[in-house]
Design a protein. Sequence first.
Length: 275
Amino acid sequence: MRLKLAPLLCGLLAAAAPAFAAATPVSDSTFVVKGAELAPTPMAAWDKRGVIRSASGAAVRKAPRKAVRYEGKVVAWPTATVKVLSFSKAGGGVLHPITDETLLYVLQGSVQASFEGKPVTLGAGDVLSLPSGALTNPGAPADAVVLAWTAASLIPGATPALVRAEQVPSGKAGQLTIRRYEFSGNSVRAVGLAKGLKTSPNTAKTDSLIYVTSGPMQFTQDGRQFEVTAGDFLREVAGLMHGWDVTEASSFVTTSALPIGAGPIDPSKATDRPK
């Protein structure tokens, strides 16, 4: 199946159903959502005369036979939503209308989106801030997994940004490594934690919305302890003390979200620096 979208049409979105079925909001006292316990939402998207339409949940059954079919896991935290979109060759490859997504991080494979009005291909580890149009993979269908956030920029006036994985150096502080993708209005951090690392309690001015990519490890926040592993979703809440006790080599990807009612925050001062 070959997907064809003219660049000028990439920005046209008209959905017969929203890109995601309405998610049940996660309570403010919930800090961890176990990925293994979160049922994926079936999704479908198709091109109808140059306009991307989509369906989710039970409505997928009525999608056209040639629609691209995929799955999404979504966690609607109080300050932003985190989505993991999983596409497969068997389902027709990649097609997803970009609606409320503000940040994309490619976990696996490659996808195409619009950056400053032009199509751009993203590979594993690449970040696109303020994307537009639709996620596609022109050419032969292929597997891909994309992590997306709906977090608003921490400052007004942020502009779209593309940060390639090869542009981001890996910093190291003891048993912790971090690749910090910095751009206008926010940052994405890909963090590696060595077995045996135990951080001192930390806090931050913003929420950190985390997706765990490998584990297991122990996460503590506000005096509560959680065992987390690959596929889990976490929220480090602004102002609450949190820490990590790493039982096996682990990793996660995260971005910042403004606390409810908060004003602009300098992105360079938004996150903690674990010790």
